[in-house]
Design a protein. Structure first.
Length: 181
């Protein structure tokens, strides 16, 4: 008996179980991409299927992550410039500003992640600071952390709205789903 496989069977084996279950309810990858309300899932798959971390092919993905992180700027720790600096450096690298290297992006992202971790332990809205760090790290790490960390800082209702907003941003950069191998 020849059973046709569902498109979602080609998703990476380490994909989020919730994402895979949801994907199985979608008839095609194109429909899933159009209907998805989880920017973190979309960024994750883009990060997994993009070229190697730090490659120039990730420039567009880095810009997309920066735009997602910007949506939660109001949650960044007051007076901490590290998240904004991570986005500035990442955008400079992604737009090929002379003299800005992937190592600069990584250093700025690490600083922003530190800001996120410090604020989180203090009970502040650290996810957003972490999101800025993830935006910087998008050039060199899995991108899905941006929407997830930002959304975690916002509570359940705001989390869903943040993820939807991120999904819309992702679709502006990537109108069609990535090809799952």
């Amino acid at each position: 008996m020849n059973m046709k496989r569902h498109w979602s069977d080609r998703l990476p084996k380490n994909a989020c179980a919730d994402a895979v279950r949801w994907a199985k309810t979608q008839p095609t990858a194109a429909e899933a991409w159009k209907n998805c309300t989880r920017g973190d899932w979309m960024l994750w798959i883009l990060g997994r299927l993009s070229d190697r971390p730090g490659s120039t092919a990730r420039r567009k993905l880095a810009l997309c992550c920066c735009d997602c992180a910007e949506t939660v700027r109001h949650l960044w720790p007051t007076g901490d410039t590290r998240p904004a600096e991570a986005l500035r450096v990442t955008r400079a690298w992604a737009t090929r500003t002379p003299g800005v290297t992937i190592d600069d992006v990584r250093a700025a992202a690490e600083a922003a992640w530190s800001a996120g971790a410090a604020a989180w332990s203090a009970g502040a809205a650290a996810g957003s600071a972490g999101a800025a760090g993830a935006a910087g790290a998008a050039a060199g790490a899995v991108a899905g952390a941006v929407a997830t960390r930002a959304a975690e800082a916002a509570g359940a209702v705001a989390r869903a709205a943040s993820l939807r907003s991120s999904a819309d941003i992702v679709r502006r950069y990537y109108p069609r789903p990535p090809r799952v191998r």
